[in-house]
Structures are given as structure tokens and as C-alpha cells.
Design a binder for this molecule. Structure first.
Ligand code: ADP
Ligand code: MG
Length: 707
């Protein structure tokens, strides 16, 4: 008989296992375990290593320890402040001690007299004896293995960890005769030093040593990542196969002329990114590339170079920004960069005409709008800049070649479909997505795994790095205002960013107003201060921004509206109030508004006075490298937040962690390419294909289910 597949396991109900009756069946169903596959992939939450356990007589006050004890007695009472207090006396042959739990009334029922429990905690001396307060409790029953797996147990569903362990053992025993099928090609397995799947499942549940458990985890986590990467790589290849792109002319003159006209040298990172993009553009398939780069790393130039490549072959470029304001800024930036560039025009007496860049925003109306639209349609507009409206509404391009999307978040599946429709016939334009919010490489591989990635990890030379300081409490905050006064006296300008109040924009505006009043009358008295917030009419907002830009305002007190791309090189100080209300990425974005000119810049992060550490603020003080910060962010927050934005299937990572398993993500992606490239429909990898079909949903992965 052949080896057992996951699909077979998923077809066997847990009711077939020893000891699962109707009541337990209902409980298991409640926690989402219906099949033997569900059960075997319910991995232990923790493993208690009994070889590390100590006897009660070995406990030392102040030192964390694991003890295995029996419950002697339990009692519950309501203490002061109406807090419930559960007290237990526990012990082994060598002695006994007290355990107390605050506000965990259910412990009374859990810790029945005579129960065997593993306790992990720090004993302290109390009334002459030892006492542990709120230790970690694992109910381990009478298991005698050296390493005891602790399963996520559900008090509500009344399932105990030893019951689950028992069923798991039973299920594993029944797999012994036939063995479990392993979808991983043996070459890759040997090369990566991974153990077999069957062994891994045995060892994750019943390890002899912690080392065995680690090897098992590594293999099973790899499987999860490989499935995700295989799907992503298949999707990437399918997109490439199914869509016809433009083979752009990368040897034309325009790009060379642009480069020659630049007053500076490209950074190495820019050169590399441009080269990667040109390889894509010259190829027969549409490009799908993410360009990651910190604020100020020079993404615009890379984007413009890509669009020019389209233009020099007689096509058009489009740049989409997330907001109207940003679109306008891009338009003026791109125009500045391309001033004086001409394109061939056979209809013209001199054989060429100036390259035409047009902005299509809501503010472009009437006859002007009609003219821009006509130019986009007849191809005389070479580069069109706007919001997403550019590709959604009735905008007809003559021949759209390259689309640059600034910020990826709002660019989803529908937009990609809209893009296809904008191409000429079946031809799909090349797409470059730019983001200034770096995400760690391995996370990018998973969340944006169907995109290629270029990285600008180098800032143009000559920038003075921003110095970031933490003002911990009101006393130190005075230092921030002193910096503002000094810089303004030296002819520079400053931003003051008011707290983010997620619950209410109204509150946010009120607090900004208050800050403005306070600074105006007190700390920054005598300076020219203005207020900017999201509830102001846009004309008023623009007026304020313009006055700040030309230097008529010294200090701009603003809510986070300034996050979206304000560019005033003369601004050299930023004070962020209640900085701990912001996330790392947002603080980093905000900070990028200063340090854009030749002068040294400072960013003050103001918080309420806190004792001890503030890891987020400290990370920003320690580095200005967005990629490093992205890694710290991932470490601090875990991948939860990241995975929320991802699609189904990717959240099916039970063991794998994008944070802990960075190395495995890279390896899984490599193996996925090795598998998919010679065998795009997985004809030679039926087991793997079957697992993907089993574990991913049909609507997400349509191409998997073709034929
Ligand atoms: P980003 O969009 O990545 O935040 P920009 O493209 O706006 O960065 O570039 C920031 C500034 O750096 C611009 O003023 C631009 O002219 C300048 N710049 C870009 N590339 C270089 C370079 N290689 N050397 C010097 N300055 C550069
Ligand atoms: Mg920019």
C-alpha cells in the first residue's frame, strides 16, 4: 500500500480514534478539530522538559524554575479591592509551597486536589515559606515522557492537554504501518538538512529531546512556507505566461540624455535598480516589480527613468499617487527633472518636440481637462500623473507602456484588472510599485511574493543624517523647544506634529488647536506659527502650506496630514508630541520630512515621562535606516499585523514565523522556483499539488485549479 497523504488524513474523522465519544467529538469540533489532519496539525503550544525540572527542595527564592507537583489543597476567597484570590498548596516528595493567583477565579476548578501540574515561576519568600505568584500552569496529567507536549487546551470545550496527547499518539501509531507521504523532493531535503515528514510529525508531538523537537519544527515550518511560496511562484509565473507585454527599447537616447543632464551621479543602488527594471522592460512579459526605498533614497529618478524607457519607444508612462497633493508634487518634481528633454516628432519641422508631462487631478477641469485627456488619447502626452482615477475612469491611453504606482497599499487585484484593460489589445503595461515603507525582505517575499523586488538601500551622498532625540517628560521637552527657537533664529523652519488620536479626528484637531495656542503664547512666543489639520478646507490648507514653503511661517503645527509628502528643504527640526502613539513606520515616515536639505536636522520625540525603556522610540533614536527599523518593528509586533494585510492561505502559518524563520523563508522560495520552473503545473509533483489544493481556497488561487 502506498504512503498516507494529507488528503487521506483530512478524510478521516477524529471519531475513529480511541476514546473519542460523542461528547469529546463535540468539544473537538468546537476548537476546529474535525479530522485526523486537524488533530496532527494541532501542534503543542509548549514542551515541558522534565529533565530540567527541579524538586521543591531545590527551589531558590528569586530564581525562576520549573517544578512538577501535585496539588494538595485549593481555596478561593475575595481579598481586598474585591479581587479574587485562589491559593493552593502544592508539593512533591521533597517538600511543599504556596501558590497564589490573583483575579483568576477559574484556577480553583482547574487545580483539583491530587492533580499533577507543571508550574513555572519565580518563588519568593513569604511568611517564612516560599510562594509563587501567578506562575505558568500546565496540566500534564500522569504522562511520563521526558518531554511533555502541552497542547492549547480549551477550558470552555473541556479538553485537557493529555487527552489531546493521547489521541495524537493513537493517530500517529495508526500511521506507522504505511508511513506518511513526503512531497518534498529528496534532493532539496538532503541539501537543506531537513528530516522526513513522518519523522517530523512524530518528533513534534513526542520528542525525546528538545533538539529533536527543534528539527521537527524546522521541517514542518519549512513545509508551510514552501506551500505558500509555491503558490506565489506559480501565480507569478502564470501572470508572466498569460500576459503579453511590450518589449521596450532600452537602448534609446532619452534615458541616456536624462542621465547626462543630471547634476549628480546615480547612487549604486539606483544604478542597480534601474538595470533590474530595464531587464524586465526589455523582456516579453510585463514587469511586476516593487521598488522599496527609504524617504529620500531617490525613487523618483528610478521611476522617471522607467517611464522614459517607455516614451523612447513611442509609448506612454503613467504615475499614480495615493492623493491629489502627492500627485501634484510628483508632477512638479517630474517636470523639473525632465525640463528640456525632447522627443522625436516626425510631424514637426525640427524633427522633435518637448516631452510633455501632464497632471490629471480633480483640479484640472473644463477645457484644460479635455485637452489633457485628448493628449493622453492621441499620444502627445508622454507622461500622465494623477491619482488612481488615471486608470479607472474614462481615460483612454494611446499606448500605455509603463505604470508607476506610488505606495502599494491601495493597489490591489481590481486595479491590476483595470490596468489590463488600459493596455493596447491584450498587451499589459509594465508595473513598478514604489514604497517608502520598507518591509523586511522575508516579509516582502511572503506578502508581495508574486512581485520582484528592487531595493534602494543607499542614500545619495552629502546628506547630513537626522539626529533623533527622545524627550522623556516635560523637563526634557524644553530641550525640544530650545532647538526650535535656535533653528528659527538661524533662518530654518520647524514642524510640530500633534498626537494621533485614532478614535476621533475631532479630538485630534482640538488637541492640535490646544498645542498651537500653548506654543504661541508660551514656549515659542514671538515666532510665526501656523496650524494645519485635516478638517481645514483644502484651499486654506494649501495657503498655509504655500506660506510655509516660501518661508513666511517659521513653525508649522500640524496633525499627521503632513505625513503625505511635504517637501520643504529648509525645515530642519521636527518635534513629535506623544510620539509613543505612533508606530515605528509612521514615525520614520514623519521624520523623513526633515533632513531634506543641506543643513543638519533634528527630530525630537516627546513622550510622557516613563520609567524604564521605550523600545520603539529607542529604535528611532538608534538608527535612521528604514530597513533596520522594519526588522525591529517585525520583532516588536510579531507578524500578526503584517499577515492581516495578506491574503488567505498565508495566514495558515501555524509553526512558521516570518520573524523567527527568516532563513527558511528564503530557502522555501528558492526551492519553490526549483520546483515550479521546470514543472509549471506541478505535473511531476502531484503530492505537492494535491496539498496546495487541499489547503488553499479556490477563489484565491484560481490558476491552481485550472484544468
Ligand atoms: P524618494 O522619492 O525616494 O523619497 P526622491 O526621489 O524624492 O526620494 O529624491 C530625494 C532627493 O534626492 C531629491 O531632491 C533628488 O533630486 C535627490 N537625488 C536623487 N538621486 C540623487 C543622487 N543620486 N544624488 C544626489 N541627489 C539625488
Ligand atoms: Mg519621492
Amino acid at each position: 500500500m502506498s504512503e498516507i497523504t494529507l488528503r487521506e488524513l483530512s478524510a478521516i474523522g477524529v471519531d475513529r480514534l480511541k476514546g473519542v465519544g460523542d461528547k469529546k467529538l463535540a468539544s473537538l469540533h468546537e476548537v476546529g478539530v474535525d479530522t485526523v489532519l486537524d488533530l496532527l496539525t494541532t501542534y503543542p503550544r509548549r514542551w515541558v522538559d522534565r529533565t530540567n525540572e527541579c524538586r521543591v527542595s531545590d527551589l531558590v527564592a528569586g530564581q525562576e524554575a520549573l517544578v512538577l507537583v501535585a496539588v494538595r489543597s485549593v481555596s478561593k476567597r475575595v481579598g481586598r479591592n474585591r479581587r479574587t484570590l485562589v491559593e493552593a498548596v502544592v508539593g512533591d516528595g521533597s517538600g511543599r509551597f504556596h501558590v497564589v493567583f490573583f483575579n483568576q477565579p477559574w484556577r480553583e476548578k482547574q487545580l483539583r486536589e491530587g492533580a499533577q501540574v507543571a508550574l513555572f515561576g519565580k518563588p519568593e519568600v513569604y511568611r517564612g515559606g516560599l510562594q509563587m505568584t501567578n506562575p505558568i500552569v500546565d496540566m500534564i496529567g500522569d504522562r511520563t515522557n521526558r518531554i511533555v507536549p502541552i497542547y492549547p487546551q480549551s477550558e470552555k470545550a473541556s479538553l485537557s492537554t493529555w487527552e489531546i496527547a493521547g489521541w495524537v499518539e493513537d493517530a500517529l501509531k495508526r500511521c506507522e504501518a504505511r508511513g506518511l507521504a513526503d512531497p518534498l523532493p529528496s534532493g532539496a531535503r538532503t541539501r537543506l538538512g531537513l528530516i522526513g515528514r513522518h519523522q517530523a510529525l512524530r518528533q513534534i508531538h513526542l520528542p525525546e529531546t528538545m533538539g529533536e523537537k527543534e528539527l521537527a519544527r524546522r521541517r514542518l515550518a519549512f513545509d508551510e512556507l514552501l506551500r505558500v511560496q509555491t503558490v506565489l511562484v506559480m501565480r507569478k509565473r502564470a501572470l508572466e505566461r498569460d500576459s503579453l507585454g511590450i518589449r521596450h527599447d532600452i537602448d534609446g537616447e532619452l534615458v541616456g540624455r536624462l542621465r547626462a543632464a543630471l547634476p549628480y551621479e546615480l547612487t549604486g543602488a539606483q544604478r542597480k535598480a534601474i538595470a533590474e527594471i530595464e531587464v524586465d522592460l526589455a523582456g516579453p512579459h510585463p514587469m511586476h516589480r516593487l521598488l522599496q526605498g527609504d524617504v529620500g533614497s531617490g525613487k523618483t529618478l528610478v521611476a522617471v527613468s522607467a517611464m522614459l524607457t517607455a516614451v523612447q519607444g513611442g509609448h506612454q508612462g503613467a504615475l499614480m499617487a495615493p492623493t491629489e497633493v502627492l500627485a501634484e508634487q510628483h508632477a512638479s518634481g517630474v517636470r523639473r527633472l525632465l525640463a528640456g528633454v525632447t522627443v522625436p516628432d516626425p510631424g514637426n519641422l525640427f524633427g522633435d518636440r518637448p516631452l510633455r508631462v501632464e497632471l490629471l487631478s480633480n483640479r484640472v477641469t473644463g477645457a484644460e481637462r479635455r485637452e489633457v485627456l485628448a493628449g493622453i488619447a492621441d499620444g502627445t502626452v508622454d507622461i500622465a500623473i494623477g491619482t488612481h482615477a488615471l486608470i479607472q475612469e474614462g481615460v483612454q491611453f494611446h499606448s500605455l507602456g509603463v505604470v508607476v504606482v506610488d505606495e502599494q497599499h491601495r493597489f490591489g487585484v481590481e486595479q491590476r484588472a483595470a490596468l489590463r484593460a488600459k493596455g493596447d489589445g491584450d498587451v499589459v503595461p509594465d508595473v513598478l510599485v514604489m514604497t517608502a515603507t520598507p518591509i523586511p525582505r522575508t516579509a516582502a517575499m511572503t506578502v508581495y511574493g508574486d512581485l520582484d523586488v528592487s531595493v534602494l538601500d543607499e542614500l545619495p551622498p552629502g546628506r547630513t543624517p537626522i539626529v533623533t532625540k527622545w524627550a522623556n517628560g516635560p523637563l526634557m521637552e524644553q530641550g525640544a523647544w530650545a532647538t526650535v527657537r535656535e533653528e528659527v533664529a538661524a533662518g530654518r523652519q520647524a514642524y510640530v506634529v500633534c498626537p494621533l488620536i485614532e478614535e476621533s479626528e475631532k479630538l485630534e484637531v482640538a488637541s492640535a488647536q490646544e498645542t498651537y495656542e500653548r506654543l504661541h503664547h508660551d514656549e515659542l512666543k514671538g515666532l510665526r506659527i501656523a496650524l494645519l489639520h485635516g478638517r481645514m478646507p483644502s484651499a486654506e490648507k494649501e495657503a498655509v502650506m504655500d506660506r510655509f514653503r516660501v518661508g513666511e511661517i517659521d513653525v508649522l503645527v500640524a496633525t499627521t496630514v503632513i505625513e503625505v509628502g511635504v517637501d520643504v528643504p529648509n525645515a530642519t527640526v521636527m518635534v513629535i508630541i506623544d510620539a509613543d502613539r505612533f508606530g515605528i513606520a509612521q514615525l520614520h515616515q514623519l521624520r523623513g520630512r526633515v533632513g531634506r536639505g543641506a543643513h543638519a536636522s533634528t527630530c525630537w520625540l516627546v513622550t510622557q515621562e516613563v520609567e524604564g525603556r521605550n523600545p520603539r522610540v529607542e529604535a528611532l533614536v538608534a538608527t535612521t535606516d528604514g530597513f533596520e527599523l522594519a526588522e525591529v518593528d517585525l520583532d516588536l509586533r510579531g507578524e500578526g499585523t503584517l499577515m492581516n494585510t495578506a491574503q488567505k492561505g498565508r495566514s495558515d502559518l501555524r509553526l512558521a514565523s516570518l520573524r523567527r524563520d527568516r532563513e527558511l523563508v528564503v530557502l522555501a522560495r528558492e526551492v519553490a522556483f526549483e520546483i515550479v520552473d521546470p514543472d509549471p503545473m506541478l505535473d511531476d509533483h502531484p503530492l505537492l499539488l494535491d496539498e496546495l489544493r487541499l489547503l488553499f481556497t479556490a477563489d484565491d488561487e484560481a490558476f491552481l485549479f485550472k484544468n
